[in-house]
Design a protein around this ligand. Sequence first.
Ligand SMILES: C[S@@+](CC[C@H](N)C(=O)[O-])C[C@H]1O[C@@H](n2cnc3c(N)ncnc32)[C@H](O)[C@@H]1O
Length: 280
Amino acid sequence: MNYIQILKKGENFLKKKNIQNPYLDTELILSKVINREREEILLNINNKLNNIDLLKFQNYLIRRYRKEPIAYILGYKYFWKHKFLINKSVLIPRPDTELLIDETLKYLPIDKSKRILDVGTGSGCIVVSLLKERPKCTATAIDISKKAINVAKTNAKLHQLENKINFINIDIDKYKSNYYDLIVSNPPYISEIELNRLEDDIKFHEPKVALSGGHDGLRDLTKVIIKSKKLLKLNGKLIIEIGYKQKYQCIRILNKYGFYVNKISKDFSGRDRCVISTKL
Ligand SMILES: C[S@@+](CC[C@H](N)C(=O)[O-])C[C@H]1O[C@@H](n2cnc3c(N)ncnc32)[C@H](O)[C@@H]1O
């Protein structure tokens, strides 16, 4: 079979399961198998796959057919301006989280060396993106998952930041080192009810520890706020991603624990997504 036939077959196969972008995913899988950019497929559309590669292609396609997210199959995801290696122990970086980067950069002057803490670093996409933009800053990134910390370390190395970021495998509850200028976090914030309603791609494949924020979704958000009060310098900034229905609850918790809410930013879909606050 040549590439045209393979792409057509793959697309039809994924369509049966209502996969959202069946052609694109098939093309991405083929480009992984032949280890070439997607553009090169188009330029060599009459090329054929050898038997070993055909088997590989079929295996990846079946994984996608079973609703495994394409990013896990490919082993990477682009976020902000960079490529991040990922596996099933970390959340797939989301475009919405780029808003957190946009907002956070406004509080990190390019010529200043600020101390940053990233709580729940996962793949390390937030802390790596921030330090790439602000080379004078240093950071600590923590995560309760040891496997996630390993992925984040790999990404820091990939982007030559391994000497700038201190990675620690710890629960935010137990973390004590303080005097940060800025804390950033995308905590798990999905409630139990919402968790059950998530698409199969997410529900059955992404790590629960990265998604579930307890029965009301606010468990880890609250932990981060309470702990940030102790870890931040006076006037330090806490910048967090929230679920789009959590704005008022989040403001209430922030005010209760001594934070002033500066701003709430909306994501690409116009939903409240990022809360910027100051420790009073
Ligand atoms: C929503 S994911 C965010 C991952 C990454 N920062 C991103 O934006 O793609 C939340 C992360 O918080 C971590 N986490 C959950 N509970 C935690 C806790 N109590 N202390 C530290 N990290 C925690 C999870 O392991 C997961 O990696």
